[in-house]
Design a protein around this ligand. Structure first.
Ligand SMILES: Cc1cc2nc3c(=O)[nH]c(=O)nc-3n(C[C@H](O)[C@H](O)[C@H](O)COP(=O)(O)OP(=O)(O)OC[C@H]3O[C@@H](n4cnc5c(N)ncnc54)[C@H](O)[C@@H]3O)c2cc1C
Length: 330
């Protein structure tokens, strides 16, 4: 079987944990199938991360360096990935599912004539098929989808993008054999210009990578409620998220909305504070490892997905919880 390839863009000299999760799973499957686990690192100076991916099982590390790849620009990124696929001939190409991947996966699939399995919660191989489970209908149900591997010699790898938090990061030594791929891109042909990246949440914890998230809902009614949310978050160095009710009201920035039309997150610990648990919210946080819900309504649907439920007024529960956590932390 042709190699399995994990595509990892290195943007602003940082590599996301989600990429290592996908790599760990892809290496596991490559070992199972007796094929090579390759990594394609793209960025301004991707070689900085070659040792890291080798220590997560990469047999061969393909490096495409170009300053245009330092931030997400779909035309050069697409061209670089197509060039690499043409030279590596993988049978499976895996990505972490994020905004950047969503921007290019359809175009890649069309350019290659490949089947694309986007935003999956798990993937495995059965005979000549790649099988996945995909959350659909706002994650209310999981769809089983299968795609045929290409016949040998065909340049049509199966493309899979994987939700963050779906797999553990596993360290294992790979050969880490480095291969530099030459990539030239005429900047003059670019029909889009990246003028500025506006970080609305500058200085705060990135929700996509956060180990702990404290999320506020409509039950958080005023500045005192927001202060309590921030204080709880600061105890865990947590990211702060919000339901759509609070981003629409302007209480929180739209960039921190969690859910179907917001961010999909998968922290180790998720506090849902004053959030009812509407299906559209749960679609974005149900992958969290441990969910703690605080709500005064014992019948709130959030308790159906919560591991721990605290029924009561958040304005009484949060101060007590904060005090207790501070005491434990000493
Ligand atoms: C197409 C579409 C897409 C959507 N996408 C999203 C999305 O991405 N993310 C999202 O979040 N929503 C989304 N929504 C909106 C979603 O349906 C809900 O309306 C929203 O999630 C409700 O937010 P909430 O839980 O904060 O508010 P509410 O549903 O009003 O719940 C507030 C909760 O706070 C509790 N509460 C009130 N006071 C207190 C108190 N003092 N102490 C403790 N508990 C208290 C109440 O019991 C209640 O359960 C979408 C809707 C649609 C139609």
């Amino acid at each position: 079987m042709n190699p399995f390839l994990t595509v990892i863009p290195v943007q602003n000299q940082s590599l996301k944990r989600a990429s290592l999760e996908v790599l760990s799973r892809t290496v596991e499957l490559a070992n199972e199938k007796g094929t090579t686990a390759d990594v394609l690192l793209l960025g301004a100076q991707p070689e900085t991360f070659s040792q890291l991916v080798a220590s997560h099982g990469a047999d061969r590390v393909f490096l495409v360096g170009n300053s245009l790849l330092n931030q997400h620009l779909n035309t050069p990124l697409l061209k670089a990935i197509l060039m690499a696929i043409d030279s590596i001939h993988p049978s499976l190409v895996s990505f972490a599912s994020n905004e950047s991947t969503k921007d290019i996966l359809g175009a890649l699939s069309a350019a290659l004539g490949s089947p694309a399995l986007p935003d999956v919660a798990s993937f495995w191989i059965e005979g000549d098929k790649v099988c996945v489970k995909r959350p659909v209908m706002a994650a209310k149900i999981l769809a089983n989808v299968k795609a045929l591997f290409p016949n040998s010699g065909q340049k049509k790898p199966v493309l899979v993008s994987v939700r963050s938090g779906s797999y553990e990061v596993v360290e294992r030594a790979g050969r880490g054999e480095k291969n530099v791929l030459e990539f030239a891109f005429d900047e003059g042909t670019l029909r889009q210009t990246l003028r500025e990246v506006v970080k609305a949440t500058a200085g705060t914890v990135d929700l996509a990578e956060a180990e702990v998230i404290v999320a506020a809902g409509r039950g958080v009614k005023d500045d005192e409620g927001k202060r309590l949310i921030s204080e709880l978050a600061s105890l865990f160095n947590a990211g702060i998220g919000a339901s759509r009710a609070l981003t629409e009201s302007g209480a929180y920035d739209p960039s921190v909305q969690i859910g179907q039309t917001g961010k999909v997150v998968s922290p180790q610990l998720y506090f849902a504070v004053g959030i009812s648990g509407a299906i559209q919210h749960v679609a974005g946080m149900s992958n969290s490892k441990v969910i703690v819900a605080i709500n005064k309504d014992p019948d709130a649907p959030i308790f159906e997905v919560a591991d721990y439920g605290l029924v009561g007024d958040l304005y009484q529960i949060l101060p007590a919880l904060i005090q207790e956590i501070k005491a434990i932390k000493g």
